[in-house]
Design a binder for this molecule. Structure first.
Ligand code: ADP
Length: 305
């Protein structure tokens, strides 16, 4: 077991597509065993490119990567046997049931039929999917279909699970259910690499994460280490877009945030600014900095959904 060691060790990873798009420009990352690692970044940042190289689906243009101690280029077959992947574009077959999906997947991975049946039922039970065992996927919600794909990958008991945007397009309840699956899997000592552009998802789920933008690593560490990159502890949002921003500038770093203005500041600054705004009758909210604040600082405003 590679627990405690590095399950992923990527060094100076580069990828230039034939279109001459430079999708990865020297990304180095290490992921410890038994943890959830999130790759966070805006659309087009290079997240999928990175995970596809790690999953041996794509050849890098430069650099090297080891997965579970094996080179993704020279030992791709060994790596493939020890990982499982749920790609972003993955969809279940609409006329098959969850049980049939898992059974077929396990038989394709080399399990004998009897063992695969037992394991399929066990995973459905442990992920609370038994009541949908024999329902064709056409009759399941989007959230359940995604859980079926994840259950399928998890049934492999692979040491590393790669999930590319596992909660994209899901409603809040379905998202929480996917998060629960992720937590359960990692509790068994396995490792998960996931990509997301939801900052709360990375903050809630990831033991450590990397923010990438335009093919480059902009920050890496635990969520609290990354938050410490900001020189500020508090974020104040004032509901005003028309006002001249110069009045806010003495308090800290000022940016537009939707229908308001966000000021990153110290605890004292937050207190002073909030009382000033309240005196002026402005709507104001104060909170401690989140990953979103770091992200906006490093990457810019998130794109609208
Ligand atoms: P993300 O997953 O962060 O959204 P991707 O890795 O999918 O980013 O894409 C990174 C960049 O590479 C983007 O500019 C994208 O358009 C480009 N790209 C991705 N796949 C291909 C491909 N097969 N051929 C050409 N360009 C690609």
């Amino acid at each position: 077991m590679d627990r405690g060691g590095f399950v992923i060790d990527a060094e100076d990873m580069q990828k230039t597509y034939q279109s001459s798009t430079r999708a990865l420009d020297g990304v180095s990352l290490k992921v410890r065993g038994g943890t959830v690692f999130a790759l966070l970044g805006p659309n087009g940042a290079g997240k999928t490119t990175f995970v596809r190289i790690i999953a041996t689906q794509l050849t890098p243009s430069g650099g090297s990567a080891k997965v579970l101690g094996h080179d993704v280029m020279k030992e791709a077959r060994i790596v493939r046997r020890r990982i499982a992947v749920v790609p972003q574009e993955g969809r279940p077959h609409l006329l098959q049931t969850p049980f049939e999906h898992i059974l077929t997947y396990l038989v394709c991975r080399g399990l004998d039929y009897g063992e695969a049946r037992k394991r399929a039922d066990a995973i459905l039970a442990s992920l609370n999917l038994t009541s949908y065992r024999n329902t064709i996927c056409a009759n399941l919600s989007g959230g359940l279909r995604q859980r079926v794909l994840i259950a399928m990958a998890m049934s492999s008991e692979a040491d590393l699970l790669v999930l590319d945007e596992p909660t994209i397009g899901l409603d809040p309840v379905a998202r929480l259910e996917v998060w629960n699956l992720v937590r359960k899997y990692v509790a068994t000592g396995k490792t998960i690499l996931l990509t997301t552009h939801y900052m709360d998802e990375a903050e809630q789920l990831a033991d450590s994460l990397a923010i990438i933008n335009k093919g480059k690593l902009v920050a890496t560490g635990t969520p609290s280490e990354i938050k410490k990159r900001l020189d500020f502890t508090h974020s104040v949002t004032v509901k005003t877009v028309d006002e001249d921003l110069s009045g806010f500038e003495p308090f800290g770093r000022v940016s537009r945030a939707g229908t308001g203005t966000r000021v990153l500041t110290s605890q004292q600054g937050a207190s002073d600014l909030a009382s000033l705004c309240l005196k002026r009758g402005l709507e104001v909210s104060v909170r401690q900095v989140t990953l979103e604040d770091v992200y906006i600082n490093e990457v810019g405003q998130p794109e609208p959904e």
